[in-house]
Write a protein that binds this ligand. Sequence first.
Ligand SMILES: Nc1ncnc2c1ncn2[C@@H]1O[C@H](COP(=O)(O)OP(=O)(O)O)[C@@H](O)[C@H]1O
Ligand SMILES: [Mg+2]
Length: 329
Amino acid sequence: MTGNGFAIDAQRLTKVYGNLVAVDHVDLRVPAGSIFGLLGPNGAGKTTIIKLLTGLSDLTDGTANVAGYDVVRDPMHVKQRVGWVAAEVILDDDLSGWENLWLQAKLQGLSDWKGRAEQLLAYFELTDRRKDKVGTYSTGMRKKMEIALALLHQPEVIFMDEPTIGLDANVRRMLWELISGVNRQFGVTVLLTTHYIEEADRLCDHVAVIDHGKFVATGTPAELKARVKADFIELETSQAVTPERLASVPGVTEVRAEGAAWVLRVDSAEATLPPLLQTVGADGIRRINVQGPSLETAFIDLTGKRIDQPGSDVQDYRKFYLNVRRARR
Ligand SMILES: Nc1ncnc2c1ncn2[C@@H]1O[C@H](COP(=O)(O)OP(=O)(O)O)[C@@H](O)[C@H]1O
Ligand SMILES: [Mg+2]
């Protein structure tokens, strides 16, 4: 922890790749013991921030203090005090749970690790399966094992990069409980990245909404929701309708195309729906969806777009890790 109660305290954090400013003068303060979420679409700069804060990538500009140490002057101390749960699988399937812990201890040069390993196995209810190959574990058990590995050296801060990407809803919910449990039980500060709005809402004490390398808003989920003074109506029509026509409906303050649908920002959905239905014609509506203030609408309001559209992310994720593997060869 830094002297001022922040586990992470970064100022003007910046990373430039060639012409691209991937992280653009970001100020980030994470209270010790909290769960902090970086919420943003693919390419927003989330992973780059983790790389900067863990000393894996050099800062172009700015300063960062993590777990009490300066990442530029003291990267080794930072690495000893932080853990990382990567989005990609790091387990060795041919080794047992216990052997994976042993390997992790070797990699990190830990001498006195067995008691801690036993404690973690018990906490994650994996003691019975410790001698089984990790390849035989369920998805949920594998996630537990990955978190156990990240906690083995008793880090003060753990970084989780899109921890629930590609998981089905049940496993995702289980993982949320695990993450908040680990946060409480071990007092570890968690910085996670996500592009799932519900995840940020349910799990995080504080959220920074990031887009194009910049924080567009930070606050508790409740604070971010309270900023939104509008409702959103999403609308798909069977007949072509012009944005001008939609904008002419009383109470509509903004019209945006979103694939085959229109997204209307309105002062009040209740007041706008009747004239809207009249304008478009109730028969002509294929789908209509109203959203009140939520972190989702806050995000749309802040960035002008949605993020958790299914499909695209998984492709990018695969592509990204394919690149990583290529780069490693
Ligand atoms: N090593 C790199 N070299 C060049 N550009 C990079 C590199 N790593 C990331 N980027 C670019 O920086 C931006 C932010 O990437 P990233 O931090 O991975 O975003 P996120 O994790 O939010 O999806 C993207 O435009 C990405 O293409
Ligand atoms: Mg990323």
